[in-house]
Design a protein around this ligand. Structure first.
Ligand SMILES: [Zn+2]
Length: 134
């Protein structure tokens, strides 16, 4: 549930993050380590400040900020987190479970395999992304 102020705050946070991300890219190109340090510090401060109400984290792959209620993927252990674009597919996660059959997480494994079978029998593809509301 997001009210008007929350929606506005998240849109502004998204703009700030996009701006800082772009600034960081430029600072990297210019090898401007002082600016890069300041930008990373600002990003971390904002992440920590808003983590209790808005921000879930950043995508492990591209660094985009992810808000509560966004679609994305959180791994079984709670991290890493991925945006919808970089989320694992059903086939990729199945391969991870198949590789590690000795893992102590046999309940989570059976749970995933049941969801996988259900996804496929419902007409889904192994190449679909596994997405949930963050
Ligand atoms: Zn991403």
């Amino acid at each position: 549930m997001t009210d008007e102020i929350t929606t506005k705050r998240r849109a502004l946070l998204r703009s700030v993050f996009d701006g800082l991300h772009e600034l960081g890219t430029i600072a990297k190109e210019e090898k401007d380590t002082t600016s890069l340090t300041a930008i990373k510090g600002s990003i971390n401060t904002i992440l920590i400040t808003y983590s209790d109400r808005d921000i879930v984290g950043t995508c492990e792959e591209c660094g985009i900020v992810l808000f509560r209620d966004d679609l994305g993927h959180i791994c079984a252990d709670g991290e890493p987190i991925f945006c919808a674009k970089h989320a694992y597919t059903w086939a990729e996660i199945k391969a991870q479970w198949d590789e590690d059959e000795t893992d102590g997480n046999s309940d989570k494994r059976s749970e995933f395999m049941a969801s996988y079978e259900e996804h496929i029998s419902d007409g889904g593809s192994p190449d679909d992304k596994v997405l949930h509301t963050l």
